[in-house]
Design a protein around this ligand. Sequence first.
Ligand SMILES: [Zn+2]
Length: 616
Amino acid sequence: MKTFFHGALLLFLAAPAALAQRPIRYEISFPNAVHHEAEVTITFPDLPARPLEVRMSRSSPGRYALHEFAKNVYAVRAVDGRGRTLEVTRPDPYGWTVAGHDGTVAFSYTLFADRADGTYSGIDATHAHLNIPATFAWARGLEDRPITISFRPPEGSEWRIATQLAPTDDPHTFTAPDLQYFLDSPVEMSDHLVREWTVPSGGKRYTIRLALHHAGTEAEADAYVEMAKKVVAEQIAVFGELPDFEYGTYTFIADYLPWVAGDGMEHRNSTILTSTRPLATAALANLGTLAHEFFHVWNTERLRARSLEPFDFERANMSEALWLGEGFTNYYDDLTVHRAGIIDLDEYARSIGGVVDAIVNSPGRRFFSPIEMSMQAPFVDAATSVDPTNRANTFISYYTWGSGIGLGLDLTLRTRFRGVTLDDFMRELWRAHGKPERPYTMDDVVAALARVTKDRAFAEDFFRRYIAGREVVDYGALLAHAGLLLRKANPGKATIGAATIRYDDGQATIVSPTLIGTPLYDAGLDRGDRILRIAGRPVTSAQDLEAALAGRKPGESVAIEFEQRGRTRTATLTLAEDPRLEIVTFERAGRPVTSEIRKFREAWLGSRQGVKASDR
Ligand SMILES: [Zn+2]
């Protein structure tokens, strides 16, 4: 994504005749869409005299696990410039080698695609929803060549095309300057509606458009666009400007349909938003994803960690910086929805309460720091495996923990440094690394924090304790400045621990791992065990468990009888206090809300639009 507009394209535009290398030409059609198939032909011209190495990607930008897109490619064949059939061999599971060509190879295959989300492709009677690495092969050594692509909608369909690819005079043909940009450019072909608006920034006007494929009404779409406009405006207010979108346009591609898979995936000048939930009932939830992905146009699309540059499509990409790229984006998605006046303070408090609870109470903090959690992404980011993992105990999502660091750092800056906020920190990162697209290292992040606070010691200490280390800030003290109370959600309530128990046919089976430090874990129970009796009472339903614990106090011991790996066993369960935390407003907690608190809230949570830099 960083190689955008490098020499190749400019030369090509300026003097096409002088350049021997013509574009690589892609064509895709859908003669069997109802059975989720596409037919793809890629013509590689002007090839050097050596075997052509064609590859399917193994990863996709914004995703960190391997996905092995070659598994859905079949009926592969190749011909040369004279139409002669060429031999195709398999050097490994992810690619094909084509030898003996005459300088041109037309490489064709059938693609199966039945998962419309941000990572995969979905083809059916209603649309072709294409994530490019999941759809199109490419050839090694030709990464800098320009690309032309023609889409052939099914006969009689009303499919139009939404994409960040560069348009041409033909509405079905688009171009990309190179392979990195092409692979970063998802495509939605369907009978969707389009709404657009323009936004001034840096002396230019940019078009922002929403291509919406849904089963709802036009009025729902219009109301959704109004909310999107407000969130976009609040996010621009954080950075002070939009990125300089290539081709002057940014495209939200939203599929809100029962037959897609829920997701959100950022790209350089567009995003994929998928949800099974319609705008009629889930506009707010869907807006949260929209807010998240748009914030990425600054944070991760242009403000990028050096560890992700350039993105490698042939292996898993590991980064130490996802606590910042994803986590801070998570912090700002909810914050900007709140600043836009779309959710109220109670709702916002509930949301950050969930974040703080997860960080403080998760056993994962014993094992990894936020930096190390980021590096776990190849194992957790839409990764699936057959063998179970111990992540319930060892992992905290870098989305969650990073969001909590954003919250903690924002409140620390606001209470400790006069007139300095997390918005200032984000602007400084944008100025130094995002706008000039100079990828950052962890040292660069510390240096930027030192510059905005003018306190190098603070920046190093914060980084060492809360980002490279596993400490958490004192959320209770920080939140009190904003008139928010961090407290136990169920004080005095006895619990056996937060395991998932399935009640089936009179059996109570633990179906999740038990968590370190909880009564069930300490008593030696684990996933797959069947609880028979607690304190002598048979447990066959949630009500039975509730009744067995009724009136008991944290610290009390009770006998638990259970079946484990075919044996009936007994152990002593020492009940704990329900550790769950929540955040509520002082208003709800019956505490006074001072004028200082109101001022603090306004500066943090009020709209930032039109606020001058000197007043921030
Ligand atoms: Zn994200």
